[in-house]
Design a protein around this ligand. Structure first.
Ligand SMILES: Cc1cc2nc3c(=O)[nH]c(=O)nc-3n(C[C@H](O)[C@H](O)[C@H](O)COP(=O)(O)OP(=O)(O)OC[C@H]3O[C@@H](n4cnc5c(N)ncnc54)[C@H](O)[C@@H]3O)c2cc1C
Length: 508
């Protein structure tokens, strides 16, 4: 059942066995999965069916360090979106940020989970194998192509070994034709469900603890229209995105000064994103011409590939993972004439002859304590403290980016992939923007001294509070976090099913 908070009384109390906050990919997946399996679930969502700028404004932050891209109808980014949403990094609407995302699904690689001695604070306390069954089942249920089969397709294997000979590696991702929108994917099921109650227009503002300060007993919610709602539950899951999960923990500081899970002052720290830049072009060489079909971007759905320096090179030069994407730009008639006159061979894929490839450069950053979000001194329309965002980098980030560019330029030419032209604007941390991939603000760790949640995504110091979000990523070397957010949500769903009794009918 889906209800707007305005359909409830001025002050209402509800109860669910599990309370999920947020209806993006993480929250919608978890709430429907638990409800299907006989748990009584209440899902609280700040947004409504339609985009509402006054609700979106609850996401406003104050930037202290590098700024994010911002809402801008003239933005280069996301021309497929209505002007009022172009440049948005996260969305307060039913279905969350999935309403605007582009639908690229990528596994993290096994090595991404392992600590790299040369990257401070790298490594996860779980392994790739802990997520594999969840990646696989999600890919099957959501109808993606088989990424594992794609990885061993003969053309891909051959290209990979040619790249490996030149110190390069590649990985594939699946690009949906119509990106999954959770409000569409799960909307009908939510409306029909007897044991899932979704409340729209309700913003969680505080988590209430028991006297021992170990269990969350209730979530206080408010609406911009002045309605109040209290939801009690046995388990509470924050699926509000990496910024809002940390914000709610910090804002719930009435019973524990500093906020919940913040005994070591780690909530909001280690904030990372994937700085990215669309810059420059690649003139295709012989290898790009040979494998142009593998480099194709359209029509979707399809598998696409991206490139990086190989692991041995990253280790040798103490580099981070910087990933390069190539988007074909097709020849115009005059360019074709010019190429023919010059006697240059055509580079052709299934869509036509390619003039050049547009380059997108996406980088990992070192997780460190100074890159952080914290509660500021300004207030939003609900009287909640706004977040201050200090997104900043280390010297290691800068050195790594510079060295990687140098080596990639050299190796792309040697491998026959082509030659870059970055013009006056080579990628640098100054000219890069965020990729709307907020990560790390409640990082996963084995011990509370090192992170905010344990390996089951439970907030340290609590018995029943969990985070389902890229907030828990200790590092995010690989671009495209959402497949891992989904896999983690599924893993958390499995954990909760094992630890809570069935109370209603199972409708799997
Ligand atoms: C334009 C764009 C393109 C992208 N493309 C890709 C891509 O191709 N591949 C990829 O992997 N990733 C991509 N991303 C990132 C991806 O969209 C996010 O990683 C993903 O959607 C996050 O899902 P989530 O469920 O964790 O959070 P969200 O989808 O942000 O959901 C959080 C929900 O919580 C609600 N909420 C917040 N605070 C409260 C509160 N206090 N009370 C109640 N509700 C609250 C919000 O309204 C929202 O509905 C893209 C992002 C953008 C902006």
């Amino acid at each position: 059942m889906i209800t707007d908070i305005l359909e409830l009384g001025e002050q209402t109390k509800l109860r669910g066995q599990v309370v999920v906050l947020g209806s993006g990919i993480a929250g919608a997946e978890l709430a429907t999965h638990l409800a299907r399996n006989g748990r009584e679930v209440v899902l609280i969502e700040s947004g409504r069916d339609r985009f509402d700028p006054s609700i979106q404004a609850l996401n406003d932050v104050v930037f202290l360090g590098k700024r994010h891209r911002e809402l801008d109808p003239d933005s280069y980014y996301h021309r497929y979106l209505p002007p009022e949403l172009r440049g948005v990094s996260r969305l307060r609407q039913f279905g969350g940020t999935s309403n605007v995302w582009t639908g690229k699904w990528k596994y993290l690689q096994p090595l991404d989970f392992e600590g790299r001695a040369w990257v401070e604070n790298s490594g996860w306390p779980i392994r790739f194998d802990d997520l594999l069954e969840h990646y696989r089942s999600a890919a099957k249920d959501y109808g993606f192509g088989d990424l594992e089969a794609e990885a061993i397709r003969p053309e891909i294997t051959a290209l990979r070994s040619k790249l490996a000979a030149n110190g390069l590696k590649m990985s594939s991702f699946y690009w949906e034709q119509t990106p999954t929108r959770t409000a569409i994917r799960f909307g009908d099921e939510m409306r029909r469900s007897k044991n899932l109650h979704v409340i729209l227009g309700a913003t969680a503002t505080e988590l209430k603890l028991d006297d021992a300060c170990q269990r969350v007993t209730a979530v206080h919610c408010r609406s911009l229209e002045g309605r109040e709602l209290t939801v009690e539950g046995d388990i509470v899951i924050l699926a509000t995105g990496a910024f809002e999960a940390a914000r709610l923990l910090l804002a719930s500081d009435r019973q524990i000064p500093g906020g919940i899970g913040n005994q070591h002052e780690l909530v909001g720290r280690f904030y990372t994103d994937h700085p990215k830049h669309h810059t420059g072009t690649l003139q295709p060489g012989s290898l790009a011409r040979q494998y142009a079909h593998e480099l194709q971007y359209a029509p979707k759905p399809r598998f696409c590939i991206c490139f990086a320096l190989d692991d041995a090179t990253q280790q040798e030069h103490r580099l981070l993972e910087h990933v390069l994407y190539l988007k074909p730009i097709y020849e115009k008639p005059m360019e074709r004439v010019w190429r023919t006159l010059q006697g240059r061979p055509a580079c052709r894929d299934g869509n036509g002859a390619i003039a050049s490839y547009r380059v997108k450069f996406v980088t990992e950053q070192v997780p460190h304590t100074q890159s952080r979000i914290q509660l500021g001194t300004e207030y939003d329309a609900l009287g909640q403290r706004k977040l201050e965002v200090n997104w900043c980098f280390t010297q290691h980030d800068e050195r790594s980016l510079e060295k990687t560019l140098h080596l990639l330029t050299q190796r792309f030419a040697e491998a026959g992939l082509g030659t870059f032209d970055f013009g006056d604007e080579p990628p640098s941390l100054e000219n890069m923007t965020d990729a709307a991939h907020q990560m790390g603000t409640t990082r996963m760790a084995c011990r509370p001294e090192e992170g905010v949640v344990d390996i089951n995504c439970r907030v340290f110091g609590t018995e029943n509070l969990y985070v389902a979000s890229s907030a828990v990523f200790p590092t995010g070397p690989s671009y495209s976090p959402t497949f891992t957010i989904l896999a983690l949500a599924r893993r958390l769903g499995q954990h909760i099913l094992q630890t809570t009794p069935i109370t209603t009918q199972i409708c799997v």
